[in-house]
Design a protein around this ligand. Sequence first.
Ligand code: FES
Length: 123
Amino acid sequence: MKEIFVAAEADIPEGGRKVIAAEGVEVGVFRIDGTLKAWRNECPHQGGPVCQGRVMKGVEERLDDERRSLGIHYKDGSLHVICPWHGYEFDIRTGRHTGLDRIRLSSHPVSVRDGAIYVGIHG
Ligand code: FES
C-alpha cells in the first residue's frame, strides 16, 4: 500500500474536506469530531464523485403514536454527504448509506505524521 500526501494538517480544519487524485483513484478526506475519515470518491451507486457532494445534517420526519407526521427536522449530531449525481446520502462518520445499510463508501486508511495528512492507496 502506498501512502499519499493529502495536505498539511491545518489545511483540513474541523468540518473541512479535501479531495485528491493519485495512483488512478480519487479520495475525499473529511475532518469530523476531530477525526479524519477518508472515503473513495466513487459512489457505490453509479460511480459519481460522492465526496464532492453537499454536506449537511440528516433530515428525518417525526411521527406521532398514530404515525401522523409531526414535520421534518435536521437530526442533531448527524452529518451526511450527498452524491451530486442522484442524491444518495451517506453518513460521513461511517460511510453507510442512510437508508440501505449494505451500501457503503469504500474507506482508505488515513494517518497524520509530522503535521501532514496521508492516505493509504492500494497499488
Ligand atoms: S452515482 Fe451517486 S447517487 Fe448515483
